[in-house]
Design a binder for this molecule. Structure first.
Ligand SMILES: [Zn+2]
Length: 89
């Protein structure tokens, strides 16, 4: 993943288990809110994909590990982006 900002914006995901974050492009044309709030991105298994390049980990389906902490252009409402995850661990 590049560290250069792009016009499409970026999203930061935090791994509560390893305490690492990844900031990634969500990509142009992506249905950002739907994908992360209701679609496949609303599951640990898909959020975990962004961590697999450096960690050999197999994220399970669920709502406990990977939380969204930042989205370019949005004020993060935890419940909105991470509904199902506990607000604090
Ligand atoms: Zn899943």
């Amino acid at each position: 993943m590049s560290d250069e900002a792009t016009s499409s914006g970026r999203i930061t995901i935090y791994d509560r288990e390893t305490k690492e974050s990844r900031t990634v492009d969500w990509g142009p044309g992506h249905s950002l809110e739907y994908w992360w709030q209701e679609g496949n991105g609303h599951c640990d298994c898909n959020r975990g994909l962004y961590f697999w390049s450096e960690k050999e980990t197999e994220a399970r389906c669920g709502h406990s590990r990977y939380v969204i902490t930042h989205v370019d252009g949005y004020e993060i409402d935890f419940e909105e982006w991470n509904s199902g995850w506990e607000a604090s661990l």
